[in-house]
Design a protein around this ligand. Structure first.
Ligand SMILES: NC(=O)c1ccc[n+]([C@@H]2O[C@H](COP(=O)([O-])OP(=O)(O)OC[C@H]3O[C@@H](n4cnc5c(N)ncnc54)[C@H](O)[C@@H]3O)[C@@H](O)[C@H]2O)c1
Length: 441
């Protein structure tokens, strides 16, 4: 994304490159006001976190957008980076849009900085979410447009950093889209418009669920066989460690909680969020240390303004009944989304939303890039930060057995990232939380 020609003989990229070379830090770049691309400028994208979703997101943005290139890759591990590079080379959407060189493929804990400083205009952040606040912070300081996967943190202090980055991004006019793709899915967009237009009356309650069986894991036996340090094993097995994933209520259920917050948003500058919650949860089936220390089920009741109660269930237990859905109930009727069925029930009359739209995983990248090109940057960071914090406060309640307020979650002092340097070293599995014993911090 070079400087629009009319503006300067020295392009913004030249300026950034020179400045970066001189300063060597993103901090100096924060002084630069970003200039958005004119329609024909190529947008150079750096992917940070080259796993399943990172590859998917890179392919999705290539499918949806012309005039972009995948310009740099970064991952903690070389094997994941290499296999991602091969996948993208084979992928029909991305293969023509790859502009990668070996010296723009970075590994290690500082790979994200190297990608951000490599001359990209936009980054895709798709590592485990425990690393998201520091990566968002650095990318915003460097003046990059961002696609960030959800969730955007795992604890209150992380969310405070993200909210500060949101303010900075807003003042710099950066575009940020989040991987809460329901917000870019045509039937959800229509439904929420109708809900906000009063079709089901005033919202009185809601139910949001993500109940399913097990997900993948990397066992302790594999750690031993491959001689991974504890740190490496935990990061490769990140779903099961709260410092990396936030627990599955944060990592996965954030999607459904985001729909509740969306429905209960009254003013777009202040996304809807609960005032307090009480939750029960535990680790009943997935108890082996292979599965780290997170719970396998959570049930939380959230209280929103106007005494609206939202019931939230999430479970990852094999052979149990699956249910991934949202239902919003109002004084005149209700709306339900489940298994790609979107149904209003008003006064006993059911009507189905027929709008199809395109794949929301592609649409979110179209919306992001378009907003950059048109100079009308979307910024979804605050809403996804609030939805992430909604999930975090639920976890704080299920872990401690205490009622948790929004302020307690937001002002929490609990930093989940292990103390000390991020290096491949020994790292004990954190204890499993015990309600009544685990303290609210
Ligand atoms: N929107 C959605 O529907 C959706 C679906 C799946 C995953 N996700 C989200 O996408 C993110 C990634 O999930 P995934 O399924 O791709 O996981 P994954 O394990 O497949 O990939 C994560 C990648 O990040 C790399 N990584 C880990 N720590 C890193 C670090 N410090 N620096 C650089 N790279 C690092 C890993 O090596 C790995 O390649 C998560 O936040 C997840 O919640 C979103």
């Amino acid at each position: 994304m070079t400087e629009p020609k009319a503006n300067a003989s020295t392009s913004r990229r030249d300026f950034l490159t020179t400045t970066a070379a001189t300063a060597g830090t993103a901090a100096l770049l924060s002084a630069v006001t970003p200039v958005h691309a004119a329609g024909s400028d190529k947008i150079k994208i750096g992917l940070i976190g080259c796993g399943g979703r990172g590859r998917g997101a890179a392919s999705n943005t290539c499918e949806g957008n012309e005039g972009i290139s995948i310009y740099a890759l970064g991952d903690l591990f070389k094997d994941n980076l290499d296999s991602c590079r091969n996948t993208l080379k084979d992928d029909s959407h991305s293969r023509e849009k790859l502009d990668l060189t070996d010296d723009r493929c970075f590994t290690g804990f500082d790979a994200y900085k190297k990608v951000i400083d490599s001359g990209v205009d936009m980054v895709i952040l798709a590592t485990p979410p425990g690393f998201r606040p520091m990566m968002l912070e650095y990318a915003v300081k460097a003046g990059k447009n961002i696609f960030t996967e959800k969730p955007v943190g795992v604890d209150g202090p992380g969310i405070r950093r993200v909210l500060a980055a949101y303010e900075e991004a807003k003042s710099k006019g950066l575009a940020i889209a989040a991987g809460t793709q329901r917000r870019h899915e045509a039937p959800y967009i229509e439904a929420l418009k109708r809900i906000h237009g009063g079709e089901i009356g005033d919202i009185t309650s809601a139910r949001v669920y993500w109940n399913q069986g097990k997900l993948w894991h990397r066992s302790l036996a594999e750690q031993k066989e491959k001689k991974w340090s504890d740190m490496e094993w935990q990061i490769r097995n990140w779903l099961y460690f709260a410092w990396l994933s936030g627990d599955h209520i944060v990592e996965q259920h954030v999607h459904n909680l985001d729909v509740a917050n969306w429905a209960l948003t009254k003013d777009s500058s202040e996304p809807g969020h609960p005032l307090s919650c009480v939750g029960l949860g535990g680790r009943q089936v997935r108890t082996a240390p292979d599965f780290g220390h997170i719970f396998d089920h959570h049930a939380v009741e959230y209280v929103y303004p106007d005494n609206v109660h939202v019931q939230s269930f999430c479970r990852q237990i094999e052979n149990t009944q699956g249910n991934v859905s949202e239902q919003i109930v109002g004084t005149k009727g209700s709306f339900g989304a489940k298994d790609q069925n979107f149904v209003f029930d008003v006064g006993g009359k059911k009507s189905r939303i027929r709008t199809k739209g395109i794949n929301p995983y592609v649409q979110e990248h179209i919306d992001l890039v378009k907003s950059v090109r048109e100079g009308k940057p979307i910024n979804e960071l605050k809403q996804v930060a609030y939805s992430t914090l909604t999930a975090i406060m639920g976890r704080m309640s299920t872990y401690t057995g205490q009622e948790v307020s929004w302020e307690q979650a937001l002002n929490s002092k609990e930093v989940l990232m292990p103390e000390g340097e991020l290096t491949f070293r020994s790292l004990p599995i954190p204890p499993v939380a015990v309600p009544g014993t685990t303290k609210l911090v």
